[in-house]
Design a binder for this molecule. Structure first.
Ligand SMILES: C[S@@+](CC[C@H](N)C(=O)[O-])C[C@H]1O[C@@H](n2cnc3c(N)ncnc32)[C@H](O)[C@@H]1O
Length: 574
């Protein structure tokens, strides 16, 4: 952007009543980004925008007569102001002319991955952004298609605007890029093209404010643009107040701390992680304390219903974390109902352990058998293991996952590459540190409850005769799993006099004596173990008894995937 463009913008703003203090200046960095800098010590910075410069859905309602989907029509109006060469009249005033200096100063190309080419898109492979990008684009695409359908029935537009019937789901990501999202995609010069709509969408995504600040009676999810105020960059340490200004419908930004000469004056877009910053604003922050890895856990309707009824573990949804300045009417209604149809959403971070512990509580609850709660030792250990495995898989896929295939040759923008790498590194760091935290937690629990645990190693140590004689008597059999070893121990020891069994193993036999579990799932396995034994030696175990022992071991053990071992756990509420 040229210096003239900024000059014109500032002049225009002053003429329209923006109080631009002469103690600040707007500078342009080498990358073309504008920033606001204090020329001298600024004890109390304020910037106020009159209502006449605020771009709200009142304008799109007036122009399109829209009675719903306010944000969607506002984005369309803004695309029209940018891309249509003819006037857009509201109450006799041409909005295109009115806002021309502002629109001219806006970036033409935005760095959100929604516009990245296939080679750049592949830089994100394995991440949540990579996995969700297509779905996000499809939502915007559907929003745009339905707008075209509505406009094609409006007398004012029906001669020029035809519905678009493209089936988005049939397009590859390369098709999407070439036909719809690249700067040079076909139809990009029409104000009602997808490319124009996407540009407008991204401008709102990266610059919009919630309208309720100046209009308490308006729809709560409505968004607005604030020229000049939106030149301020983001710093999450910046102490800022947003409020209505002196006059009805005006907006005031106030810095709640002094700014020293030469320092940049920042806005604060809120505590956002790099995923949200990259997607919405096209940048990331190094060492971002708000960085999170989003993990969505889908639950079957039955489990969901019982967990909600018990009200013991948290099942957060998006609405628990943030209020977006930018929200589609659709996403808002699902948030309002705290709907779990998309699953529970856990945002785990380096800085705050709460979410990881909530997620762990859910994993432990999912492992609790009948008669257990998530606080029992066995489901706690199993939950820890399962979550570790899940995070390790996520880590693996974040580090290396398949790439999308594409035909063309595309240059990779250096800035975008750096953003993708920093975002990925942040995700990897959070996952690794969460896994380490879980490892430590498991180790503590294992140390604390050593007496409640039996491994096959401990079993062999406490009952050497079982290995030396008992097993030897069964001949040379191949056990399909470590569980079979416990099963055989149970069957060989269940009728032994109590005193002959080591004290710390007796609880197993006592519980086994009372055990009355469902055997149906173990019949086949039991029969094959029975066969393996009897084909080897004339030793006849009852298949039902084998099935009972197998069911028992499953009920009273946890599988420690990290060591590939089954550990028997004495029922214990921690
Ligand atoms: C509301 S605008 C701020 C004005 C913007 N600098 C401009 O030149 O128009 C938001 C955009 O500014 C840039 N931005 C804001 N804060 C930033 C930061 N801390 N680091 C890098 N880029 C930032 C991003 O491109 C973002 O999409």
């Amino acid at each position: 952007m040229s210096e003239d463009t900024i000059e014109n913008l500032l002049l225009w703003a002053q003429q329209k009543g923006v109080n631009l203090p002469d103690t600040i200046e707007f500078l342009q960095s080498e990358s073309g980004q504008i920033c606001c800098v204090a020329k001298c010590d600024e004890p109390e910075f304020r910037l106020q925008i009159p209502s006449t410069l605020v771009i709200t859905s009142a304008l799109s309602q007036a122009y399109f007569g829209a009675k719903a989907r306010y944000n969607t029509y506002l984005k369309l109006l803004f695309a029209k102001l940018k891309f249509d060469t003819t006037p857009t009249l509201v109450d006799g005033e041409d909005l295109k002319t009115k806002f021309a200096p502002y629109i001219k100063a806006l970036p033409n190309v935005l760095d959100s991955p929604l516009t990245w080419n296939p080679a750049e898109f592949n830089l994100l492979n394995g991440t949540n952004l990579f996995n969700s990008l297509r779905e996000k684009l499809e939502l915007i695409f559907n929003e745009w298609q339905s707008l075209l359908s509505e406009l094609s029935q409006d007398d004012r537009f029906k001669s020029t605007i035809k519905p678009d019937t493209c089936d988005f789901s049939a397009l590859t990501m390369e098709d999407v890029y070439l036909n719809y999202t690249s700067e040079t995609s076909s139809g990009s010069n029409f104000w009602f093209s997808f490319q124009a709509y996407l540009w407008s969408h991204l401008i709102f995504l990266s610059r919009a404010f919630p309208e309720y600040i100046i209009n308490k009676d308006g729809p709560s999810s409505s968004i607005m643009l604030l020229p000049i105020i939106d030149l301020l960059n983001h710093d999450f340490n910046s102490k800022i107040e947003w409020s209505q200004g002196d006059k009805q419908g005006s907006f005031r930004l106030r810095k709640l701390e002094g700014v020293s000469a030469g320092s940049e004056i920042f806005n604060n877009y809120g505590g956002k992680g790099n995923e949200e910053l990259l997607m919405g604003y096209g940048f990331v922050l190094e060492n971002n304390v708000f960085d999170t890895v989003a993990l969505r856990i889908k639950l079957s309707p039955t489990i969901l219903a019982s967990i909600l009824m018990e009200n013991d573990v948290a099942l957060p949804t998006l609405s628990n974390y943030t209020h977006f300045a930018f929200e589609t009417d659709q996403s808002k209604s699902s948030n309002e109902h705290n709907d779990h149809t998309d699953g529970a959403l856990y945002l785990i971070s380096l800085e705050n352990d709460t979410c990881l512990q909530q997620l762990l509580a859910l994993f432990c609850r999912l492992e609790a058998h009948e008669g257990e709660t998530r606080h029992h030792l066995r489901p706690r250990l199993q939950g820890l293991q399962n979550l570790r495995v899940a995070l390790a898989e996520k880590l693996k896929s974040t580090k290396s996952s398949p790439l999308v295939e594409f035909q063309g040759t595309y240059a990779i923008n250096v800035y975008r590459k750096a953003c993708a790498e920093a975002y990925k590194a942040g995700q990897v760091q959070i996952l690794k540190s969460s896994i380490d935290g879980l490892k430590r937690q498991e180790k503590l629990l294992l140390n604390l409850h050593k007496k409640q645990l039996v491994t096959t190693k401990k079993l062999s140590k406490l009952d050497p005769a079982f290995i030396a004689q008992g097993l030897a008597e069964l001949g040379d059999i191949t056990l399909s799993s470590e569980n079979d070893l416990y099963v055989l121990w149970l069957l060989l020891r269940k009728s032994c006099p109590v005193e002959s069994v080591a004290e710390s193993l007796r609880w197993i036999l006592e519980l086994y004596g009372e055990f009355d579990g469902d055997l149906i799932n173990y019949k086949d396995e039991a029969e094959s173990l029975q066969k393996a034994i009897s084909s080897n030696i004339d030793y006849n175990f009852n298949a039902n008894e084998l099935a009972k022992a197998m069911a028992f071991i499953e009920t009273y053990s946890y599988f420690r995937a990290s060591k590939e071992e089954t550990v028997l756990v004495k029922p214990f509420k921690t």
